[in-house]
Ligand binder design. Structure first.
Ligand code: ZN
Length: 93
């Protein structure tokens, strides 16, 4: 069984691979550091790692604007309604 999941946020900026990106600790500001197993390039993940994917966010906002309640959207996508409202507020700006 494959246990490794490919995290799109964790992609080597040098060779572009998302596989075999391993943790290399944290830097002083607490940002996750990674190292690419293929080209050995070390890099840090962009400051704020998103808990939810961009796709999920867009889908949730779309569902909300098609008439679904924030709570309904949250249930559908498995996220808290607070998060849904946050996204919608940001998106409307
Ligand atoms: Zn690489």
């Amino acid at each position: 069984m494959r246990t490794q999941t490919i995290d799109e946020n964790r992609r080597c900026p040098k060779c572009g691979l998302a596989e075999n990106q391993i943790n290399a600790g944290y830097n002083r500001s607490g940002t996750q550091r990674c190292v690419c197993k293929f080209c050995r390039h070390k890099y840090t993940l962009n400051g704020k790692t998103r808990a939810y994917s961009e796709e999920k966010r867009r889908r949730a906002i779309k569902a909300y604007h098609s008439g679904m309640s924030g709570r309904g959207v949250g249930k559908l996508e498995g996220i808290g309604k607070g998060t849904v409202y946050n996204w919608i507020r940001k998106n409307d700006r």
